[in-house]
Design a protein around this ligand. Structure first.
Ligand code: AMP
Ligand code: MG
Length: 349
């Protein structure tokens, strides 16, 4: 009989002063610690330590050409890692701390492992109290992508982190469920005019209002798969095939598709708006999110909904757009659903 090496377990640290101190010491020593932010749980490493950053990619199975966002305790630290422009300071003033990442020219101190070889770096100041305490206690810029295995939905609880990374990282600071629930908005300030690389927790409209300009959009669905590094069209995927229904008649088409799948003898899961629950047959496994008018509620529950349907071992997952895909947080929800989907049905067809 072969003996298996005992796996090292990931420590779960309480989000109190002692837990934060322990996590900060691990980061200083070049180890990996997952921590809560207002968007999703991040997998943190000392951003100026190339070997520590490489461990992020190993633990996640993340391709090396996907750059990682650097987290700072406050905007005043921007100069440590980036060369901020007046527009950067303007956006920092309005939206930090908060779910907005800025892409700026990189300082040479930032290892190319962080930026995937680019001369630019993504930077953000998170508003979550635990994230902020950790950044302050460590005194470091912290590189942190979402704390999930590559391709899986981002984690919004410490349990999600353990489900993906237990034994692969040193510790997770458990600060309870995250509030926003979707990743940060990313704006590139290194191109000719500001470009929205990823819709997220801060709406494009709010950024346009702050800058008084129109924000150009880079969409992997419109511009092809390599519109920006790491913007893979398929991402955040459940293991179970997900069909997304879009367009005006999506609600009735959802009911129709559910009935078809049940007729085929499949176990069906639905990521459901509260107003759709009553039209779904009892045989359907539902993961309730928000309402059409409450996109923030759906955003905070989307990734848990996807993971819970995976755990329920349904054969197929169905969903419709959860909010207006053209505005506000609805844009970020639409983006994540399209990346998670194995198939998109337009109900106008
Ligand atoms: P996350 O998935 O939240 O860890 O965010 C990482 C994503 O931020 C990457 O997949 C890129 O899309 C984006 N990103 C980070 N740094 C840069 C950069 N320097 N240039 C362009 N995009 C970046
Ligand atoms: Mg990610």
């Amino acid at each position: 009989m072969t003996r298996r090496r005992p796996e090292r377990k990931t420590r779960v640290l309480a989000a109190d002063a002692a837990g934060v101190e322990a996590a900060a010491a691990l980061l200083q020593a070049g180890r990996l610690v997952a921590f809560p932010t207002e968007t999703v749980y991040g997998l943190g490493a000392h951003a100026l330590d190339a070997a520590a950053v490489e461990r992020i990619f190993e633990a996640k199975g993340r391709p090396a050409d996907d750059p990682v966002i650097v987290h700072l305790a406050e905007a005043a630290e921007l100069d440590r890692v980036a060369k901020p422009s007046p527009t950067a300071w303007q956006l920092a003033d309005v939206f930090w701390p908060g779910p907005l990442s800025l892409v700026l020219p990189r300082r040479p101190e930032v290892p190319l492992q962080v930026t995937a070889g680019l001369e630019t770096v993504g930077v953000r100041v998170p508003s979550h109290a635990v994230a902020n305490a950790l950044l302050r206690a460590s005194g470091l810029p912290v590189a942190a992508p979402s704390a999930n295995l590559f391709g899986r939905p981002s984690p919004t609880t410490a349990q999600h982190v353990l489900d993906d990374l237990n034994g692969r990282i040193e510790a997770v600071l458990d600060g309870g469920p995250t509030t926003v629930g979707l990743e940060s908005t990313i704006v590139d300030l290194t191109s000719f005019s500001p470009r929205l690389l990823r819709p997220g927790g801060v709406s494009a409209e709010a950024i346009e209002a702050a800058l008084g300009i129109h924000l150009h959009t880079a969409s992997p669905f419109r511009d092809g798969p390599q519109a920006a590094p790491g913007m893979l069209p398929v991402h955040y995927s459940p293991r179970t095939p997900l069909t997304l229904i879009t367009g005006r008649a999506a609600r009735s088409r959802l009911a129709h598709e559910v009935a078809l799948e049940l007729d085929r003898g499949r176990r069906v899961g639905v990521i459901a708006l509260a107003e759709d629950l009553s039209m779904l047959p009892d045989a359907v496994v539902t993961a309730e999110v928000g309402t059409w008018e409450n996109a923030a509620g759906s955003a905070s529950r989307l990734f848990e909904a996807v993971r819970s349907l995976d755990r329920a071992s349904v054969d197929v997952i169905l969903a419709r757009d959860l909010a207006d895909p053209e505005t506000g947080l609805g844009r970020a929800l639409a983006d994540r659903l399209r990346r998670a989907a194995h198939r998109v049905l337009d109900s106008r067809d």
